[in-house]
Design a protein around this ligand. Sequence first.
Ligand code: XMP
Ligand code: MG
Length: 183
Amino acid sequence: METSDIRDELTEILVTEEEIRQKLQELAARVDADYAGKDVLLVGVLKGAVMVMADLARSLRGHVEMDWMAVSSYGAGTKSSGVVQIRKDLDSDLTGRHVLIVEDIIDSGLTLSWLLENFASRGAASIEVCALLRKPEAAKVQIDCKYVGFDIPNAFVVGYGLDFAERYRNLRDVAVLAPHVYS
Ligand code: XMP
Ligand code: MG
C-alpha cells in the first residue's frame, strides 16, 4: 500500500467541490426550463462523465432517462487523436429523442465532434451538449456546447471523474495534475 499523499501529485485545485455543486444546479435549472414538458435522454460518455451525470441528473426535476456510451480515442497519453472507436454503444434508439450528451471535458473537441456527427445520423429530434469543463485554448474544432460549467486553462486536469491512467477519478475537486506524474 502506498503511503504518499495524493496532494503532492497535484499542483493546483482549479474547481472546488462546492463550485461544481452550485454550477450543476444552475445548469440543471436551465435544462429543466429548456426541456419543459419533454422527456430528455441523458447520454453520459464513460467513464469521465459518471460524476457529472450523477450530480446533474439528481438536480433535474423533469423526466429523464440515462444511457451510456463508451468511446476511446486511439493513442495513449494525455492527448486525443480524434480517431474514435465505440467500446460500448447506446442501449437506446435515438429516433425522435431529445438527446443531451453529458461530458466531463471538452479539450480538443475531436471526440464530441465525432459523437455529434454519429448521433445526428441516428434520427434524434434534438442533440445538445452539457460539459462540466472546457479548455478554449485547446480547441481544434469548434463545438456548439449549450451548457458549459467552467472554462479552464490548457492544463491536464484530474478529479471528479477525470483520470490519469484510471487514477484520481475519486477526487472531489478538479485539480491540475503535477507534470512530474506523467512526464
Ligand atoms: P477531446 O480532446 O477529444 O477530449 O475533446 C476527449 C476526452 O479526453 C479526455 N480528456 C481529459 N481527461 N484530463 C483528463 O483526465 C484532461 O485534462 C483531459 N482532457 C481531455 C476526456 O475523457 C475527454 O472526454
Ligand atoms: Mg470523457
